[in-house]
Design a protein around this ligand. Structure first.
Ligand SMILES: [Fe+2]
Length: 361
């Protein structure tokens, strides 16, 4: 047996108002004349109060991210080229001293991906997989403004490429620094808040009910689940703090275990139909009562409490070819099914089973 040697974020700041410490964090990286920082910011913050607080100097680069679609390898490569052109024109081609990702899961993943691609040649599609990255990334800082995905804690950056949706998983992917400021997640639109929060809830259910579970992952997963229940069932007054910690701890839990059936099905929905991760998870999870009976029961209570109505019949107009592609995407995620069923998963995860689940969504 080979144990996972698990890299965590080495530096983190937590607390309301801690975003203002970003300037100090970056000052440690700015050493020479010409040093510059790249801020990759979800465009939802453009012309909003947070934009005014970004500590960019006139040497720095601020890029507003289009996150209409989840991150694609082509978008990562275009952003990287944009930074390289800026570096060639302003800093003799020297890379930025830091890349800051500010926003939800997509912005956080783009921050990680661009930091990696600035030091690794050949385009991001060639690094989709496990431990393919060769060189350390540029220093990178992650600052969530929506909580749930765990992207702030994880060693992956999930990308849709020419032939698959798969992350660049590596120790170099992990953020060097995260800033978790609960003030920043106030005012997220209710549906998005719910769907992204449920990503965290589902991480915990899948980790705790999987065959990969161990006391390390359980310790984080159980606490994260408890925080989710305080946020989504009890409307706790400190919900922003609690959801932010739940997201981080859920990320730690799956980092030392694995997600399961819901994420496998959701990847298919996303790759073929373009559903964003949070809502795709919710659509898939709602048909998984045989896999996670208690988890799905509580999930439906949470939906009811927050007046969430899921889209129904989403696969009914799908072509046979697309259905096959979706089934292939879902069944291709071997570690996830191994976590659900153990080593004999191939006997259980038949195209018929996956089709019947997709048809119920
Ligand atoms: Fe997830």
């Amino acid at each position: 047996m080979k144990f996972r040697n698990f890299k965590t974020v080495p530096k983190m700041i937590f607390g309301r108002g801690s975003f203002d410490q970003l300037d100090d964090v970056l000052a440690d990286e700015r050493q020479k004349v010409g040093d510059f920082v790249v801020f990759l910011v979800d465009e939802v913050h453009k012309d909003k109060p947070l934009a005014e607080r970004i500590p960019a100097t006139d040497k720095d680069m601020v890029i507003w991210l289009d996150v209409t679609d989840e991150p694609k390898t082509t978008y990562v490569d275009a952003l990287t080229a944009e930074v390289q052109t800026f570096a060639a024109e302003n800093n003799n081609g020297r890379n930025p001293v830091s890349v800051v990702g500010l926003g939800g899961g997509s912005a956080l993943d783009l921050g990680k991906a661009v930091a990696l691609m600035l030091t690794n040649e050949g385009g991001s599609a060639s690094y989709q997989g496990w431990d393919l990255i060769k060189n350390p990334a540029v220093h990178h800082v992650g600052i969530p403004t929506i909580s749930g995905t765990g992207a702030e804690a994880s060693r992956t950056t999930v990308l849709t490429g020419p032939d698959k949706k798969l992350g660049m998983n590596s120790d170099y992917t992990v953020y060097d620094q995260i800033i978790m400021d609960p003030d920043l997640i106030q005012g997220v639109p209710a549906n998005q808040w719910f769907y992204t929060g449920m990503d965290c809830y589902i991480h915990n259910i899948e980790a705790l009910n999987g065959t990969y579970i161990n006391e390390f992952a359980r310790a984080f997963g159980e606490k994260s689940l408890d925080l989710c229940s305080q946020v989504f069932l009890q409307d706790h007054p400190d919900s922003d703090e609690k959801l932010m910690m739940a997201s981080y701890m859920g990320g730690q839990s799956i980092a030392y275990s694995q997600v399961g059936a819901c994420h496998a099905l959701s990847y298919g929905l996303s790759y073929v139909m373009g559903y964003h991760h949070g809502i795709g998870n919710c659509i898939a999870f709602d048909v998984l009562e045989d896999f996670y009976p208690e988890g799905v029961k509580v999930f439906r209570e949470m939906m009811k409490k927050h007046n969430i109505v899921l889209p129904k019949g989403v696969t009914k107009d799908l072509s046979e070819a697309d259905m096959d592609k979706m089934i292939r995407t879902a069944s291709g995620l071997a570690p996830l099914w191994d976590n659900v069923y153990g080593p004999n998963w191939k006997e259980k995860v038949t195209p018929e089973l996956l089709r019947s689940l997709y048809e119920r969504m």
